[in-house]
Design a binder for this molecule. Structure first.
Ligand code: B4P
Length: 182
């Protein structure tokens, strides 16, 4: 069973949803950089105040800041882990490689949740989080295309990529991921 996983895909593809289901079922750590940043905002911490406007505009927070969060959370003993929403660009992917070499926990599979843009926009508008208004969604999708999408090729070249059709019901997608984790 694979224990070191990464979920990649556009905003609203269901990375967080699937990572939560799979991590609960296997007692893995679910490390969502988006969720951790939102927690800081809710708690009004110094970090939260620093990132609040950036996130609400749909932009990416700094690579250094996210790297610190990831390092802090990956440290320690875990049954396994799922990275959700990290890395989001090539710089973050290279930093992650270094962190994982130090931890001696190489990435085993990258699940790419593939889905059409029209479906994403509908899903996100329905979810209605603070950063889910039409303007912000467009910004997030544009940033995704420019900076995150190149990671598909990056991980494909490392023979780590598994395609998942994310336009299906939750259980069917989880079953597909589970099968590919075996
Ligand atoms: P994230 O928290 O990563 O959020 P996301 O990409 O929008 O959502 P996700 O793909 O997880 O979708 P979800 O399961 O919720 O990022 C938010 C922000 O944080 C970023 O814009 C950025 O500013 C910042 N950030 C995070 N990581 C960063 C990094 N590494 N570097 C810099 N900045 C970073 O699903 C969406 C909706 O669809 C839900 O309502 C869900 O119920 C529904 N859904 C899911 N699966 C479905 C299915 N199969 N069928 C129908 N509906 C489904």
């Amino acid at each position: 069973m694979k224990k070191h996983l990464l979920f990649l895909g556009p905003p609203g593809a269901g990375k967080g949803t699937q990572a939560a289901l799979i991590s609960q079922a296997n007692s893995y750590l679910h490390l969502s950089t988006g969720e951790l940043l939102r927690k800081e905002i809710d708690l009004n911490t110094v970090l939260g105040l620093e990132v609040k406007d950036i996130i609400n505009k749909g932009q990416l927070v700094s690579d250094e800041l996210v790297l610190e969060i990831v390092k802090k959370n990956l440290d320690g003993d875990h049954n396994g882990w799922i990275l959700d929403g990290y890395p989001r660009n090539i710089t973050q992917a290279n930093s992650l490689n270094k962190v994982l070499i130090n931890l001696n926990q190489p990435l085993e599979t990258v699940f790419y949740l593939d889905i059409a843009e029209e479906v994403l926009i509908k899903r996100l508008l329905l979810r209605g989080r603070k950063d889910d208004n039409e303007d912000t969604i467009r910004t997030r999708l544009n940033i995704y295309k420019q900076t995150t999408e190149p990671l598909i090729k990056y991980y494909e070249n490392l023979s780590l990529l598994e395609y998942i059709n994310a336009d299906r019901d939750l259980k069917t997608i989880s079953a597909d991921i589970n099968q590919k984790m075996a």
